[in-house]
Design a protein around this ligand. Sequence first.
Ligand SMILES: [Zn+2]
Length: 309
Amino acid sequence: MALVTSKEMFKKAYEGGYAIGAFNVNNMEIIQGITEAAKETNAPLILQVSAGARKYANHTYLMKLIEAAVEETGLPICVHLDHGDTFELCKSCIDGGFTSVMIDGSHHSFEENIKLTKQVVEYAHAKGVTVEGELGRLAGIEDAVNVSEEDAAFTDPDQVEEFVQKTGVDSLAIAIGTSHGAFKFKGDAKLRFDILEEIQKRLPGFPIVLHGASSVMPEYVEMINKFGGEMPGAKGVPEDMLRKAASMAVCKINIDSDLRLALTGTIRQYFAQNPSHFDPRQYLGPARASIKEIVKHKIVNVLGCDGKA
Ligand SMILES: [Zn+2]
């Protein structure tokens, strides 16, 4: 199996009423933890790379690690650019072997967003690469993307048909109340399923993407707080809401914060219990195991894509 685009994955996910997990990768342990979980559950997989991850780890290192994962697992894996903000960045990832890119023009006007997205789609499709666009603005912080709560905006269903038709995108990220980071809701968690339903009606059969969809799992937040961290009030999207979204038009669910929390909590606990250890394998090994455990949980209990590879 070679790297694949998201096209076939999304088609099957839409028809099957499940979603594909898109997990952010930054280093070898994270890639191994995620791909081992997908292999054990026989799940299709999207590994996504942000501009920040590419800067941190280097494009070639990440590509080679992902190629190794394909070889080791034999799974259909899509390698996707998360939040590309310029044509040049998308082009660089497409030329460098990515099978899917996101162009996030959501900070531009509707017309500018269409223009930029269309430009990326034309280049990407000529090379057989799929493109995700975004309409609406999620609150929160993720790498270079930083949107205050006042600037956040739900996706307007009246705009989706025109956007998809004029740009030719393969999937669309929408804002219905999820947000980036580990502090998603001050009060009760609430997603606008009415907006998702309306969009699904306007775009029958079209794959929708949810960003900022970590559940901020309490066991890992507690672990961080117990071993010297401070994350009071951290809160995520309840998993039953994500399951419901996955059964609807949502075909891709982005999960990053949960993996960061699991990795950090495990390392904090390790050092609290073994203060004199200094072999990186001793703490990165358990961190990798915790990534694997959380990804398996997401695949089976949230996404429903186990056995679908
Ligand atoms: Zn995002």
